[in-house]
Design a protein around this ligand. Structure first.
Ligand code: SF4
Length: 345
């Protein structure tokens, strides 16, 4: 069985030609899938019935099953667990910000990086997601929401730069006006910091944005929470970020998780200001939200305020992530981990 979201227009045209259909049918199918969010061939009512019958037998419109959906109480954030054959595969998150809806998608099933505060690390790594599986998470959220999402972030489970080709291919399709037509300026790839891949992305992103999960201000601290730091120490990661910001002319985002009595001191904030000096960046502070099974504690609100003020005094742009989706975002892989213990109904 072929998969619709793994096929481009040319592949669809070739498949349709096998049963004598004209190429324009491929455009009709793409419009149904990417702009009208159809989830079955039956919904594509302007295709002849005999063609729909053929497509039902040969091409799958949907490879991801929705296994669970979780909504953040009192806030507007939704988390979706997708699976195949009833088995959990990956998660996506839908977030409502002032500027519109953002879809956050996973690029890998599980994650090989193993950050010390991440539920995905506990699950372990299964495999890279295919291009179509990444695209379908985003389109699947549009289907469920019954509306278009304006922003895309590759910030779910997995390190996007370790599944680079499929991540970039998914981005290219979603940004192509012939498919979904998302502006590249509204797409962000979030990385834990792999300098050679950040440099490659600088050449390939063509206007898409970059976010770096830094979470520490020296190697001693970062080594304890991000195992990759042994291989790519903080100076090299920040240098690659600096180069990306300079060559792209774009403001980059630096994600910094505040963990109580670990990386939340005023001295950390001063070191962070010095590290990022001269880079056009926005630091996004994420006060850790406690998650069962993890040793980390939430920082005191006064420490968060102090951290923010030190950055501001040093002229570093900073925001503190409001609670929206905090439980969801702080623990990528959490839903999948819970579901591994408790199979979906
Ligand atoms: S935080 Fe991201 S990179 Fe780190 S283990 Fe979790 S999914 Fe992987």
């Amino acid at each position: 069985m072929l998969s619709l979201f793994d096929m481009d227009q040319k592949a669809l045209e070739e498949h349709l030609a096998l049963v004598g259909e004209k190429p324009y049918r491929a455009k009709q199918i793409i419009a149904w899938a990417y702009r009208k969010f159809a989830s079955s061939w039956d919904e594509m009512t302007d295709l002849p019935e005999r063609l729909r019958k053929h497509l039902v037998e040969t091409v799958s419109v949907s490879r991801l099953e929705l296994l669970r959906k979780q909504e953040e109480e009192g806030e507007w954030a939704k988390r979706f667990l997708w699976g195949q054959g009833g088995k959990p595969l990956c998660e996506s998150v839908l977030l409502a910000y002032k500027y519109g809806l953002t879809g956050c998608v996973s690029t890998q099933a599980g994650c090989p990086v193993g950050c010390a505060f991440c539920a995905s690390a506990v699950i372990g790594f299964e495999r890279d997601l295919q291009k179509g599986e990444i695209i379908e998470q985003f389109v699947g959220m549009c289907r469920l929401q019954k509306e278009r999402l304006g922003h895309l972030v590759f910030m779910g489970t997995g390190e996007p730069f370790m599944n680079y080709d499929n991540t970039m291919a998914a981005m290219d399709v979603l940004c192509d006006p012939a498919y979904y037509g998302l502006s590249r300026r509204k797409v962000t790839v979030s990385t834990v910091g792999i300098p050679p891949m950040m440099r490659r992305y600088a050449q390939d992103s063509r206007g898409a944005r970059l976010a770096l999960s830094l979470h520490a201000t020296n190697n001693e601290t970062r080594d304890q929470i991000i195992p990759f730091n042994n291989r790519y120490p903080i100076e090299k990661v920040v240098l690659a970020l600096r180069e990306f910001a300079a060559s792209s002319g774009q403001r980059v985002t630096v994600e910094y998780m505040l963990l109580k009595d670990f990386n939340d001191s005023a001295a950390d904030a001063a070191r962070l200001s010095a590290l990022l000096g001269g880079i056009d960046c926005l630091v996004n502070l994420i006060p850790w939200n406690e998650v069962p099974g993890f040793k980390w504690r939430s920082p005191q609100p006064s420490k968060v305020k102090e951290f923010q003020e030190v950055l501001e005094r040093n002229r570093v742009k900073v925001t503190v992530r409001r609670r929206l989706g905090a439980n969801i975002e702080a623990a990528c892989g959490q839903l999948r981990r819970e579901t591994a213990d408790r199979p979906p109904k």
